[in-house]
Write a protein that binds this ligand. Sequence first.
Ligand SMILES: Nc1ncnc2c1ncn2[C@@H]1O[C@H](COP(=O)(O)OP(=O)(O)OP(=O)(O)O)[C@@H](O)[C@H]1O
Length: 262
Amino acid sequence: MLTTPLAVLNNLSAFRGERQVLNGFNLTLHEGESVAILGPNGCGKSTLLKLLTRDLYHVDQPDSQLLIKGQSQINLMQLRTWIGMVSQDLQALYTPYTKGRDVVASGLFGAIGVHSHLNLTDAQQLRVDQVMADLHLEGLSETMFQRLSTGQQRRLLLARALIHQPSTLIFDEPTNSLDLQAAFELIATMRQLVQSGTNLIIATHHVQEIIPEVQRIILMKQGRIVADGDKKQVLTTDNLSALYGIALKLMEQDGFYQVYPA
Ligand SMILES: Nc1ncnc2c1ncn2[C@@H]1O[C@H](COP(=O)(O)OP(=O)(O)OP(=O)(O)O)[C@@H](O)[C@H]1O
């Protein structure tokens, strides 16, 4: 039985400031698959992800189309139950004085922080408690954002995204700026999420972040997809060397990848 794709992007153009990042961009993302999008700095990974979360809009042209779950007109609250986002951009928006619990609760409103006019219902309070407990974050409820490590902040952002139990979670450079312990904890959590039925879309330039559960790899360069397909076929020494314009050697062990200079 054919299911409606998670996202269909047809002939999309997108700008960041005055710069055209995507031009005639096409991509279909399916339900039930976990995907890694790799490409050098500035190739357009975050721009693509922001289109999916509606943080950014494509240029409205007669022959362009963006469908999420088959819909072109997308209710944002509905969208958050389909797609959650964890990114450094979002992390950077929080004020130093936001308490841990409010970071998580703010996801209920699609807000940055919880303001005095935003009252949580008992059910919402319970949901915040539950998602914080699931990620072992109860102890950070009252701690201000500025007092947390980058790893703790990132886990709060993950809890914020999980508040709506989205079927797909986007991670934009998930372990950037994390120390090894925080990075490996986050990778373990990402694996558990896939194993419990959440699909991941991971954008990165670090192959170490491609967890074994990822099946599909998309390689991007200068706003275009240069390779797309099954991990074994696409994630190769030759493809990565061409992507980054440097001779590399790719090694795989226990489903994880590492690169070395060739
Ligand atoms: N607000 C902005 N104004 C102008 N240009 C921007 C803006 N945001 C991003 N860009 C530029 O758009 C291009 C694509 O950026 P994008 O963040 O999508 O790339 P990326 O592949 O995610 O890069 P990175 O791996 O460095 O995060 C880059 O050249 C970037 O400098």
